[in-house]
Design a protein around this ligand. Structure first.
Ligand SMILES: Nc1ncnc2c1ncn2[C@@H]1O[C@H](COP(=O)(O)OP(=O)(O)OP(=O)(O)O)[C@@H](O)[C@H]1O
Length: 889
């Protein structure tokens, strides 16, 4: 059996760091190099079976426990390696003053007072600044050797990889603080230890594979394959999590080869650095910035998203994993390191510090990052794979075979059945469906069996004095075998579950799914007491839109378009909303919260009922939005779709103005009938799908049609300057459910009319609608949209924390210190109808700012806004006006 140890070297280059805003410009200007550099080494995926899997993780409860003192308790069974929460090991290394700092007569500002505490100890003239003390797992002062940092700080974590546990070590600190210096030594020592382990474990075949990658300004580059291009894609693998597409993985033939490969990664980094400075415009910008004056420096500073997100992820994790959405997906680095940060891995962070007084702010920031990191817990567990299961299965089969052999021997010794024998017992205890159990038919024995039989008989004769003793011994042996069999079966069950979890990505995912299933069951219970309605009833998803629409219209006509029918339509939409809401990761998190806090259960349920509900402090990021894009299926086991009939929320939804809905549908229906009839008159046979097929090829699936229609709608929204809140609501509500067809059609029709109206109107005076309604014109729409953006800009302050805002500014290229940056930012939302990611992100942000999640009336309002048809047709086309009312413009 071969065991594969994967070593990954990951480097992150950063121009400026997240704490840039807190660094005074004066100190920035003094820096000769303005990029930050983080070095990571990641040890991943060691597949190990045998005695090593009998270790389980221990929980470290106090932040003061040194990594070296961490306890490892052998588990009693092979099925014992269950994930336990374990905090990240955080150490700090303070380097000596560098030559440059000495030349500049810089002073030492930090002192390691013991092996766990570092204090800020300013020189006498600075004493007015409050001193501060920080405690970590281990603190290494300026005279400490890298060996000590390895042995006492991170060795345990590094060697966890040899026990089949994912391990990650990374260095974090400002430029020139000693990350490379430290990581080089640590990598070297870890390589030594790994190869020593391999030498001392000759019974196993190891294979060591290494890959190296660099993230520079969110571009991922392969350090072992310079031809691979500058921006490798990250892919989501259902089994492995995030993987880097086409990343080369070299097999190391020995320790020297591994060192050589590591040095290639190192050299690539240096080449990359130089090359980037020469060729990359961004890098030019870095150089230029180092010589720039304050204003230009501020204008142009590019803050690295990965580092920013890393700090956000650590901050969020430090207050508890279940504290809301963790934005792993917001940067390449955090995506790649997802398992190492709060996931299935053991992680050690070495925070490196310069002792210099001039760097005191950066050092404080590093220490506050380290303090937060101390609170982050991981759920490391041994990676158990099919091979290990196979091995256990093999052992069990062997045991079964031995029992059978013994039984046969007893039978030969004692042909008549003994009252002590219980033939079924053994079979029962080893009943797990093995494949390799040798089968025997009747008395037909192979030559090998016959030889063994003869030998066995001789052995039995020698070892058993009397038949009674022999039977007694056999019984004892059987009992032992029974225990073994049961244990093996139990272990197999555990392992299979673990493998299943692994396949799903991680333990968290499995837990979430389990909880979702529980939720689904609960929903079914609620549902079973109410009326069952099929989603998309009467609408065949795979038929052409026109055919479906016509059928729908006919249905509405023949049934007299009763309110009940429309209610049914509405219910279907509500189901779609439920699906969307349930698909929100924040709701999954909320569900998890409820496990711990039953009191919040009612609240949570209420939230789930709300369309677009999400936690208030949970910024709808790309990850959340992906949840929208591919909603988690909420089908129950028997295929039913969740329904909310009878729930308070459903009743609220039912209070939609049904008359208006009815009228709207009728109008739309009538228009469609006219259109269909016109088509028919023109020679199209819409009803005959077969003819259609012949004429146009296979019918377009609803999903394809939906995507096309949605794109058209998005473009029309842009052209017609439609409210971005309306766009957001519509975009997030209608995700392609078959029941959405009618709404998509109506929206398209509405927008087409509006576009036509605007173009016909040209410079002419807009139509006045009477009453208090504003005139319909493009300029009126633009004005309304401007007001709406101003409103949303104001909401940035109340809806988002400073950090969230800064993260968004960075992501959307809004200068952090620019004037009117809130408005600048909001003005960027919903501006590119052709960029689906832009649209998705814009929708997430507007949803958050508009606070869709807060109001229980949101769904009602939305239905009225989007689809209520006032008596005047023109008013209907101004369907987004009430949104202004909603947000009190
Ligand atoms: N503990 C230490 N003892 C002695 N010298 C050190 C120590 N740590 C770092 N140095 C020296 O300080 C300088 C900067 O260190 P290093 O290059 O490792 O910093 P870095 O954090 O990797 O910087 P960058 O982010 O700019 O790449 C180097 O000359 C290195 O030899």
């Amino acid at each position: 059996m071969e065991y594969v140890l994967r070593v990954r070297i990951l480097r992150l280059y950063i121009n400026l760091c997240t704490w840039i805003s807190s660094i005074s410009l004066a100190s920035l200007k003094e820096r000769s190099v303005l990029y930050f550099y983080l070095a990571f080494s990641t040890f991943l995926h060691l597949r190990i079976a045998g005695k090593d899997i009998s270790y389980k993780m221990s929980t470290r409860t106090t932040p003061g426990t040194p990594a070296s003192k961490m306890d490892r308790t052998p588990a009693s069974t092979p099925g014992g390696p269950k994930a336990r929460e374990e905090k990240i090991v955080v150490t700090v290394r303070l380097r000596p003053l560098s030559k440059r700092e000495l030349n500049l007569k810089d002073q030492v500002a930090w002192e390691c007072v013991d092996d766990q505490t570092i204090i800020y100890k300013p020189p006498s003239q600075e004493r007015s600044i409050a001193s501060a003390s920080y405690t970590f797992d281990k603190v290494f002062g300026p005279v400490s050797e890298t060996e000590a940092v390895y042995e006492e700080g991170v060795k345990n974590v590094a060697l966890s990889a040899l026990m089949g546990i994912n391990a990650t070590i990374f260095a974090y600190g400002q430029t020139s603080s000693g990350k490379t210096y430290t990581m080089r030594g640590i990598t070297e020592k870890a390589v030594n230890d790994i190869y020593n382990h391999i030498l001392n474990t000759p019974e196993r075949d190891f294979s060591i594979k290494i890959s190296g990658l660099e993230i520079y300004n969110e571009n991922v580059r392969d350090l072992l394959n310079s031809d691979s291009g500058r921006n490798l894609k990250l892919l989501d693998d259902p089994e492995k999590g995030t993987v880097v597409e086409k990343l080369v993985e070299e097999t190391a033939n020995g320790d020297q080869h591994l060192r050589h490969l590591i040095s290639i990664c190192e050299a690539q980094r240096q080449v990359g650095e130089t090359a980037l400075n020469d060729t990359s415009s961004r890098s030019h910008q870095i150089i230029r910035l180092t010589q720039a004056d304050g204003a230009r420096l501020r204008e142009g500073c590019h803050i690295n998203l990965s580092l920013m997100t890393l700090t956000t992820v650590i901050r969020k994790l430090s207050v508890g994993k279940r504290s809301g959405h963790i934005p792993y997906r917001d940067s390449k680095l955090t995506r790649i390191l997802q398992h190492s940060l709060g996931g299935n891995a053991r992680t050690a962070i070495i925070c490196t510090l310069s002792p210099a007084m001039t760097h005191v702010e950066q050092s404080r920031n590093t220490l506050s990052f380290a303090t937060r990191a101390k609170e982050v817990t991981n759920n490391a567990q041994v990676n158990m794979m099919e091979m290990e299961i196979e091995e256990l299965r093999r052992q069990r089969d062997l045991a079964q075979y031995q029992v059978e052999e013994l039984r046969r021997k007893v039978e030969e010794e004692q042909p008549t059945s003994s009252p002590f024998e219980s033939p079924h017992q053994v079979k029962k205890c080893l009943s797990f469906s093995g494949q390799t159990t040798p089968k025997r038919v009747g008395k037909e024995l192979t030559r090998c069996d016959k030889t063994r039989k003869t030998m066995g008989r001789q052995t039995m004769r020698q070892s058993s004095a009397t038949p009674f003793t022999l039977v007694h011994e056999i019984r004892k042996l059987e009992q032992l075998q029974e225990q073994l069999g049961e244990e093996a079966n139990r272990a197999l069950e555990v392992l299979q579950k673990e493998v299943a979890c692994h396949r799903l990505g991680n333990q968290d995912a499995a837990e979430t799914i389990a909880k979702l299933q529980a939720e689904i069951r609960e929903m079914r219970t609620v549902r079973s007491s109410t009326k069952e309605i099929q989603v998309g009833d009467g609408i065949a998803p795979n038929r052409s839109v026109s055919a479906n629409l016509k059928e729908e219209i006919t249905r509405l006509h023949t049934q007299g378009s009763t309110i009940a029918d429309l209610e049914e339509q509405l219910e279907n939409v509500q189901k779609s909303i439920d699906k969307l809401v349930l698909a929100l990761p924040s709701n999954n998190n909320q569900q998890s919260n409820n496990e711990a806090n039953p009191k919040s259960k009612t609240q949570s349920k209420k939230m789930k009922m709300l369309p677009l509900g999400s936690k208030d402090d949970d910024l709808l990021s790309s990850e959340t939005l992906q949840g929208y894009e591919k909603p988690t299926p909420t089908k129950s086991e028997d295929g039913d779709v969740s329904s909310r009939e009878g729930t308070p929320c459903f009743q609220r939804s039912s209070s939609v103005n049904m008359r208006k809905m009815q009228k709207m549908f009728q109008t739309a229906a009538e228009e469609n009938v006219l259109e269909l009839e016109a088509n028919e008159a023109a020679g199209y046979e819409m009803e005959n799908d077969e003819n259609l097929f012949e004429q146009q090829g296979p019918p377009v699936s609803w999903h394809v049609t939906f995507l096309e229609q949605r794109q058209l709608i998005i473009e029309l929204w842009d052209v017609c300057q439609v409210s971005i809140i309306h766009r957001t609501q519509f975009y997030l509500l209608f995700k392609g459910d078959p029941a959405d067809q009618i709404y998509m059609e109506v929206e398209l029709r509405r927008l087409t009319w509006l576009q036509q109206h605007f173009s016909e109107l040209g410079n002419a005076s807009p139509a006045v609608q009477g009453d208090s309604k504003p005139p319909i014109s493009l300029s009126a729409s633009i004005k309304a949209l401007k007001r709406e953006r101003e409103f949303l800009a104001k909401r940035l302050i109340t809806r988002l924390s400073v950090e969230e805002r800064d993260a968004l500014y960075i992501k959307w290229d809004v200068p952090l210190d620019g004037k009117h940056r809130k408005l600048q930012f909001v003005n960027k939302l919903w501006t590119d109808p052709h960029d689906s990611k832009h649209v998705q992100d814009s929708a997430g942000i507007v949803a958050k700012l508009a606070g869709f999640c807060e109001s229980g009336n949101a769904s009602k309002e939305m239905f009225e806004l989007n689809f209520a048809l006032p008596s005047d047709k023109r008013q209907w086309f101004l369907g987004w006006d009430p949104i202004s009312n909603l947000i009190h413009l």
